[in-house]
Ligand binder design. Structure first.
Ligand code: GLV
Length: 388
């Protein structure tokens, strides 16, 4: 068993053990990848305030997200095709999250279906919805999420059309993998992955196959997204989705204060400040930079969460100290999954938890709920002076 001390260790193993096209799918941003890069480099610009001689016993990272108890406010983000990073990936990640006491969010574009994950877990998970042109599909999948006792619906608003990630085109990303010469050469060193895939029957988009009509090529994410996702999605439709669902609703992909106010108006329970991990609008602000303006606009009226760029417990602490009530990790858990399956996801959560806990202590904090701006040193020009 390799010694893992950081998310980077898991990332290195993930790259070695998973077919290149799936590793690259996870580790890409759109176009120049500026937003993808700045999601992490902007976290580095924020420094921590060291405090001393504070009793640091009795520390706790326990908190709540949308009223649900969490052992730390770090949920697993919805990540498409997770079951291609490792056989049965969504089931394994959901199990690890359940044991750790953090929410798992299943993507519409998952390989394991809602029912697969429900059958293999014992606690409710969250379901992420993409609005599709096919309204019957939307109605049915919301009903399936209710039947599976999902305890929150996360509606993604920033992907009506898929951002271009160059590597996916160059790699010929497809599900399942086509037996081309470059793919066969790549697979020759990925024996663990092949062995896992040989043992599972889950090799396609489990929520979709048999549930949606009129798609010419389900193996291609870009064709599928172009043909199925609803380019007309608007706030009225969000209200209808809210009504159909009738439970806790989280709106994902908010990066602008005006949109945050709209989310408040439609009655969402929480928003996720997110640029989709830098995979959609390249050139948009990093999530952590966008957070302060959104906190100022709606922070006292709605629960604000953040994703995009979190690779450590220190990043989690910074987002919480800037006002977020919850955070999400995507790539950080996928690296764990690709590296070592369920044990790797658990490892990713342990690494982040330890970093969060020790950082809290060294900042002179004992309760995650008490974190605030007073724990941070934020450069004066951090938010930037932009003219709209
Ligand atoms: C889908 O959510 C993607 O970013 O590829």
């Amino acid at each position: 068993m390799p010694i893992i001390t950081t998310i980077q260790d898991l990332k290195d193993l993930h790259r070695r053990r998973t077919p290149r096209m799936f590793y690259d799918y996870a580790e890409s941003g759109s176009w120049t990848e500026q937003t993808f890069r700045e999601n992490t480099t902007d976290f580095e610009k924020i420094r921590l305030r060291q405090r001393v001689a504070v009793d640091m016993t009795g520390r706790s990272t326990a908190s709540q997200m949308i009223g649900q108890d969490v052992s730390m406010p770090v949920a697993l983000a919805p990540v498409g095709s997770t079951g291609m990073q490792h056989a049965d990936g969504e089931i394994l990640a959901a199990k690890a999250a359940e044991k750790f006491g953090v929410p798992f969010t299943l993507s519409t574009m998952s390989i394991c279906s809602i029912e697969d994950v429900a059958e293999n877990t014992t606690k409710p998970f969250w379901f992420q919805l993409y609005a599709m042109r096919d309204k019957t599909f939307i109605k049915n999948i919301i009903q399936r999420a209710k039947d599976a006792k999902c305890s929150a619906l996360v509606v993604t608003l920033d992907l009506q059309i898929l951002g271009q990630r160059h590597k996916d085109i160059k790699n010929g990303l497809s599900i399942p993998i086509r037996p081309t010469l470059p793919n066969l050469i790549d697979l020759a060193t990925k024996w663990r992955w092949i062995a896992g895939m040989a043992k599972t029957k889950r090799h396609a988009f489990g929520n979709i196959v048999g549930h949606i009509d009129g798609i010419s090529d389900l193996s291609s994410l870009s064709v599928w997204a172009a043909e199925s996702f609803d380019p007309q999605l608007n706030w009225e439709e969000v209200k209808e989705i809210k009504k159909m669902w009738g439970g806790p609703l989280i709106l994902k992909g908010i990066l602008d204060a005006e949109d945050a106010k709209m989310a408040l108006q439609v009655g969402a329970d929480a928003i996720i400040v997110s640029n989709h991990g830098g995979r959609q609008l390249d050139g948009a602000l990093s999530s952590i930079r966008a957070l302060p303006a959104i906190m100022d606009a709606v922070g006292d009226k709605i629960e604000v969460h953040l994703d995009s760029g979190i690779r450590s417990g220190q990043d989690v602490l910074k987002a919480l100290a800037m006002g977020a009530k919850g955070t999400y990790i995507g790539r950080a858990f996928v690296h764990g999954l690709g590296a070592m399956g369920e044990a790797g996801v658990t490892k990713a959560l342990e690494v982040i938890h330890k970093e969060l806990d020790v950082t809290m202590a060294l900042c002179g904090e004992t309760q995650v709920r008490d974190l605030g701006r007073h724990d941070l040193l934020i450069p004066e020009d951090f938010e930037g002076r932009w003219q709209a």
